[in-house]
Design a protein around this ligand. Structure first.
Ligand code: HEM
Length: 172
């Protein structure tokens, strides 16, 4: 890569990766603060962490994971994925889409389908403990080959903030 390409790649990662995760964490803090029952359950789980915990173990905590997933479901940081262009004519749910059609998948609308997420406007991390969602039902990072390149990193980053959750909410 030329210096210019390298510069552009780094800028992309910085811009795409900074505010997105920061906004997601801000919403997580909002929900944990807003809902005492969520806060209690989360702190109960986080209290089982000993001294010098292994972050990979913490990242697998079910309730912490569910809180992060629900945060990205209810108000997806990117409301839509990037545009896709139809290359071969296709029919989707009765709509004929000719070659060249531009499609913008709405992540927000997918995350608020009542038949998939009952009471979709309510923050309920338990949904993610009760069932698994397909990539067509839950897609905060988009989908397919061009889904978010930072998907795994962003989720790990969110969960690595568990110490901040503890510090901020322990004494409420
Ligand atoms: C909670 C945090 C994040 C959310 C919700 C998010 C969401 C998304 C979404 C919805 C897309 C479009 C994918 C598609 O059209 O299918 C995307 C693309 C992208 N994201 Fe993220 N993102 C997050 C964090 C990050 C981080 C941490 C990085 C990098 C370190 C990153 C880098 C990128 C890049 C480079 C693309 C373009 C991928 C491509 O076009 O091939 N994102 N992201």
């Amino acid at each position: 890569m030329s210096d210019e390409e390298l510069h552009d790649e780094l800028m992309t990662l910085l811009v795409a990766g900074h505010e997105t995760t920061a906004s997601a964490l801000t919403w997580a803090f909002y929900w944990i603060d807003h809902l005492p029952e969520v806060r209690e359950k989360l702190l109960q789980e986080l209290n089982t962490i000993g001294v010098n915990p292994d972050l990979n173990t913490v990242a697998k905590f079910p309730y912490l994971t569910a809180v992060c997933q629900e945060t990205l479901r209810i108000y997806p940081i990117a409301m839509t994925a990037f545009v896709r262009i139809v290359k071969t004519p296709i029919e989707i749910m009765g709509y004929e889409l000719p070659e060249g059609t531009a499609i913008v998948p709405s992540i927000y609308l997918a995350h608020h389908r009542e038949e998939v997420y009952p009471q979709s406007k309510q923050f309920k991390p338990e949904r993610f403990l009760e069932r698994q969602y397909s990539p067509y039902e839950y897609l905060p990072f988009g989908g397919g080959n061009r889904r978010c390149i930072g998907m795994a990193f962003a989720q790990y980053e969110m969960k690595s903030s568990w110490q901040l959750f503890c510090q901020n909410f322990k004494y409420r």
